[in-house]
Write a protein that binds this ligand. Sequence first.
Ligand SMILES: [Zn+2]
Length: 377
Amino acid sequence: MPELFRAANAATMVPGAPVIHDAAVIVHQGIIREVGTYADLSPAFSGTVTDLGDVLIAPGLVNAHSHLELAHLRGACPSGKGFVAWVEDLLTQPIFDLDDDLLGQALDECRRTGTVMVGDIATRFAKRMAGALEASGLFFTVFTEAIGESLPKKTFIPAGEFAHGTLSVAGHSLYTTHTDVLRAAKRESRGRGLPFSLHLAEHDDEVAIMAGEPSAFLDLLQARGRLLDFAPPRKRPVQQAADLGLLDATTLAVHCVKVTDRDIETVRDSGATVCLCPRSNEFIGVGRAPWEKWIGSGAPVCLGTDSLASNTDLDLWNEARHLKEHFNGELSLDTLLATVTRTPAAILGAGRHLGTLEPGKRAAISVVPRKITELFQ
Ligand SMILES: [Zn+2]
């Protein structure tokens, strides 16, 4: 039977569309059939009416960057000591000792806090993560992470294996993944029409390693037998990514903290989408991305929680709240909502199904919590 959801306000996130007052969304068989005002849609409607009351509804949220494999490390890692200390600690943790109960709790937390889709990075257990996401009812793109000198095997799956998502490939970073592997991973994903993800310009050591300058992190990697023959490109990270052909409209560039104005132009002109992870950056202590410049640049910008090894929770509304609270200058509710709905849905390849409240899309509706709306009053 069709259902009509009534709410005081609805931000459909259709570009340019105003907030609908006294809104109605008609849903049938999991699909949005009509969106409009209650006055317009209710007379001809027959079915169940659910009045959500004095709330603002929006599309279900899309968390563009997480590492659910690390769900069991919630609260286990130190914060604020910088990237090298954070990685050194992480390497002492039982990284691959997954815990199904704690993973289940993390997935529950995503759903409970309005998230309907996750862009997840998997280092070792991509299919297991995809299976857990599928079972939880969340939509997903799981990126198998290419790290080191070989492309992960069985990265891609036949279309249709999962009803709620797909697998693609990510490069871990410019300094931990061989350039040939990064190029091959990008070529593979692009050829299949899938998104590609890369941690980019996250911290000062990345800048130093790329520039060929001394780096405590490079010392750490080489002590573990990595990057022994690494030849620094002597470029800034963004420039190196661009020169390797890694930046285009199907790339999700994650973090983008250590960037110059020219770097921002390079990413913007490439068409890549930027994923900011404000609370992870603060937790690790790498500094803060120039959020205002990114959003002002016109580049598509979305938000991710990153992992529970570098964040306290997976509540994407907390990420949005952090951004708004610490933003210098004007940040409209519409712009903020786009970073957690329409923009990440598009880059993760789900723009036809999620990201806006429109007829034909999935009935994925979130209620914008008071902790967000109160920041705009
Ligand atoms: Zn990450």
